[in-house]
Write a protein that binds this ligand. Sequence first.
Ligand code: FCB
Length: 470
Amino acid sequence: MGISSSACTGTEQPRTRGTTATDGPGGLVRFPAEFAWGVATSAFQVEGATRADGRGRSIWDTFAAQPGTIVDGSNADRACDHYRLVERDLDLMRSLGVRSYRFSVAWPRVLSEGRGAVNAKGLGFYDRLVDGLAARGIKAVATLYHWDLPQALEDAGGWERRDSADWFADYSAVAVRALGDRVDRWVTVNEAKIIAREGYQTGRFAPGKSDRVASGRVIHHLGLAHGRAVQAFRASGARGTIGPCVQLAPCYPADDSAEARRATELADVTENTLYLDPVLRGSYPRGLADADREVAVGIRAASRDGDLDVISAPVDFVGVNYYGPQVVGGSGPVTRYPLSSAGWQQVHPGGLTDVLLRLHRDYGSPEVVVTENGVPDAPGEDLHDASRTIFLRDHLLAVHGAIAKGAKVKGFHAWALMDDFEWAFGYTQRWGLVHVDFETLQRTPKDSARWYQRVAAANAVSSATPSPRR
Ligand code: FCB
């Protein structure tokens, strides 16, 4: 199904204009000066070169090698070959006027076994990358963990083990020591929710387990790992800032029934507050045991006195990934908004305003960076991806609506810079602003990339329907 500019039934309207906006011809909506117009990728999805220069194996290499895990039977051994084509990709970003690049550091490239000896060649790749960004005037946003746990650590018990927080703190200290003079923002853990849900509940992602109590332990250890990385960063004295990355999904009741309202409250715990409250309030949310008894059991079993003080170590910003809302009826989730070709994504730009304003109102208005937002090509689209342009326009207007009401949103990273290995969907979904021919590795900007380039140059979005140039 294609994407349409969605209505915002019962939620904040995304087109609110405030003091930072000036309406010119065509309804030009201006963003604050210094707004960081960015794009995002993650190491495993783009780098390829999985055996080059001493890189160790990760849980995703292992997982993708198992029959039946990736829908097209593919793997990320080559992906976009960003590891070898990085200079070209840096030039590409420069030519598109990108101001901020969110990438991730592959833990098994830096420490082949996850701990112990540093792999200088692997670390050297990120050294060149951050130099290349600085040379082009592009801010570096480095994610420390985007799902590629070293296999050696998984073999030792992985995130189910409390030691994982120590391993992560040590690895984070290595990365910050090497790159901290050139990284503007460090993002600790990408989407603990998806790691726990898909990696340890449904088993659809690495490491492919189905154990809800274990997923509770993992959630707690990921929080602890995040807090320990924040502490390691502070101890290093590096410049720059650090924060978590949460995937937020506003939850709306499907109807007015008491059942739907109650189910929505519980869904909000497992979608949002379970990941926000420990980090930003130093507590697990009330209602957790009602929302997911087994997860609550796992968290309780993993918890020690003082852990929440570590997990809630003060952060400088919150990274928000937004893909869509959850609509909840008395007997389960329902689809209210248009579905993108991702299959799981309901397209509702107003939900982004809602989550940003919630952080502003309920969590002390932290500085926020949108670390991911995007959509796959609609069926039949290739370079002429009008649906992505409309999607991005509507979500940027939604961001602006939140800024106009006081939310401190400092930047936006479109997911993704280029088509890549989309986890269990392999190469069957194209999320990039830039098209990648996976035979030739040729990169070709899609219409949406040209549109985004004009937006970044103007520091403004036109609310008029874009007519992408061909
Ligand atoms: C997010 C992931 C990112 C990408 C998008 C589509 O959950 O963080 O790597 O797969 O979904």
